[in-house]
Design a protein around this ligand. Structure first.
Ligand code: SF4
Length: 566
């Protein structure tokens, strides 16, 4: 028997956007009730309002992963005394470096472009920030439920009325085991989707309700990251290094990052645009190549790998933001494309979006009116905010790189002096998977070995560079194998009869966790094996599959990566 639980407001996904939203809403309610008690405001008290946050990870921050550098602007607004409350922002940025890399050399940028000047920002672990924000929320009475994935939006006619959370205890054939528990229906006056990039519920809502009509297609990158423990005094805490060029070259969007935290911990990562043409491109192999560059290899020498993860990044920006309000539901954070790809930052924008959603919901609670018109105050508030101005100023940034790095730098420079306009008010673009070229077009008989040529094969030494399985081990990822596979491939005939010949099954290359394996290549009887227990929930397959037949759906609650300090 499936239970139903009722809340006033339900946030889906315990990222910074949802937690900032839940905190802001409880803060507004607290201030309101105090003012009513003191006779400074009339109206009923709202302290009975129930606010819940559900999260698919085992702990509130098990799936939290980012670079990360935090612009503290939203946090300062939300919790002005964050420092005295122990916010884990212990590493102010002290130095910025940018290098253009060739295969062996590094060429320093003579000047740091203003958007990449991180003075006043902090190198942080998003996982630690999320853990701390969750504590602040709980102190305000917010209910946080880790291990509860939202698997389906519940509707009454066209209105979203809540979320069904995932069943527990189904075996691999979808049959109940002895420990079977149906996931409860979580009903709410307002559901707020802060599921991160390419959220399952958000994807379905946007498609079902046409919330992307008239918007530009969303485009993504995948960020692949390791956490390293370095020898003492290798790099000053707060040092930030960004790289362009090798191994991505001119055509693939992205670049490397090295962020030094306290405790000799170094974030080591490469962002790869999911809009490349060569279906053999393997972001994880590119990451290994990048680490072999003397700049990176020198920094990592005698260090130790202690963490790994990967995550999609919504790069599309302002024109790719879907309509963020529908009857009974709001979309915030990465799910609504709140990311400034010029500044390589989104946490502050995600938090602000959650706070603006909270302010709109507070007005609904006061009025007892949760209609979509009233919820639409969220968009009005966004349009009046610094977040809108920041997003608008970089509205064409990512699209300027559609023709490569040099064109991107040209457009980026022009956009900076034209307030984000550049050559046109709105640059056109297309989704990443549409840019993949068939092998017949690239001239390859079979797909090339990723990032290498016959004479330039990638060698992994298990000291500096690792295979995907070893990296996945360091992500702490675990899934119960006796459950339905959470990677739904809708038509295997397409995999075998078309994709093998047309694109060489790029899933085996783009997945940074070796989930997809094509067996039987020698015999010609190919078979797709899905090692779903390796999945680090990055969503790359859902995004980059050329036929769009892979649907990533949440596995059993609590499964997936177990990121620490990521
Ligand atoms: Fe990422 Fe998909 Fe691979 Fe999971 S299966 S790690 S979501 S690409």
């Amino acid at each position: 028997m499936r239970e139903s639980l009722e809340f006033d407001v339900l946030f889906v996904g315990a990222g910074p956007a949802s937690l900032a939203g839940a905190y802001r809403l409880s803060q507004l309610i607290e201030e309101h009730d105090l003012a009513v008690s003191q006779g400074k405001r009339t109206g009923r008290k709202l302290k009975e309002t129930s606010i819940a946050v559900i999260e698919k990870g085992k702990e509130v921050n098990s799936h939290a992963l980012s670079g990360a550098i935090l612009d503290p602007r939203a946090l300062e607004e939300l919790i002005p005394d964050f420092a005295s409350l122990g916010a884990p922002l212990d590493t102010p940025v002290v130095k910025d470096h940018i290098y253009y890399l060739t295969q062996r050399r590094k060429l320093p940028f003579p000047l740091i472009p203003p958007p990449l000047n991180n003075h006043g920002n902090y190198v942080i672990s998003l996982g630690r920030l999320v853990g701390w924000l969750a504590q602040q929320c709980e102190q305000k009475g917010v209910n946080i439920f880790p291990g509860f994935p939202g698997v389906e939006l519940l509707f009454e006619a066209d209105r979203v009325t809540g979320v069904r959370s995932g069943d527990k205890g189904l075996d691999k054939n979808g049959k109940p085991r002895s420990n079977y528990e149906p996931g409860p229906d979580l009903l709410a006056k307002v559901t707020v989707l802060g599921e991160g990039p390419r959220g399952t519920l958000t994807k379905n809502l946007v498609q079902k309700c046409g919330l992307d009509a008239g918007r530009s297609p969303q485009v993504y990158s995948v960020g692949i990251k390791e956490l390293w423990q370095l020898p003492k005094d290798r790099l000053q805490a707060g040092t930030v290094i960004h790289t362009l060029g090798y191994p991505l070259g001119q055509k693939i969007f992205g670049g490397g990052f090295l962020y030094m935290m306290s405790g000799e911990l170094l974030d080591v990562g490469l962002v790869v645009g999911l809009e490349y043409e060569d279906p053999g491109t393997d972001p994880h192999h590119l990451f290994a190549r990048w680490k072999q560059h003397p700049l990176v290899a020198g920094l990592l020498k005698d260090g130790k790998l202690i963490g790994y993860g990967a995550k999609a990044i919504p790069e599309g920006g302002f024109y790719s933001q879907p309509r963020m309000v529908h009857d009974g539901v709001l979309i915030i954070g990465d799910s609504a494309s709140f990311l400034n790809s010029q500044r390589l930052k989104g946490i502050h924008l995600g938090m602000k979006s959650g706070m603006l959603a909270a302010e709109a919901i507070f007005e609904c609670l006061l009025a007892g009116d949760f209609s979509s018109e009233k919820l639409g105050r969220y968009v009005e508030k966004y349009e009046e905010s610094w977040a809108w101005r920041e997003m608008y100023r970089v509205r064409n940034f990512h699209q300027g790189f559609d023709s490569g790095l040099l064109a991107g730098m040209f457009h980026g420079g022009l956009q900076m002096v034209t307030g984000g306009r550049g050559l046109r008010q709105r640059y056109n673009t297309k989704t990443g998977h549409e840019r993949l070229r068939k092998m017949s077009e690239t001239g390859a008989a079979t797909v090339r070995q990723p990032t290498g040529t016959a004479t330039d094969a990638l060698r992994l030494d298990n000291v500096l560079t690792f295979d995907k399985a070893t990296d996945v081990y360091h992500s702490g990822t675990a899934h119960d194998e006796d459950q339905p596979c959470h990677l739904h491939v809708r038509d295997l005939n397409i995999c075998y009869n078309r994709c093998t010949h047309e694109f060489g099954n790029p899933c085996q290359h783009f997945c940074p966790a070796a989930v997809y394996e094509i067996l039987g290549k020698e015999s010609g009887q190919v078979q797709l094996q899905i090692n779903f227990s390796n999945c680090v929930h990055c969503k790359t397959c859902d995004i980059m599959d050329p036929y769009q037949i892979i649907d990533w759906v949440p596995p059993e609650g609590g499964d997936g990566p177990n990121y620490k300090n990521m």
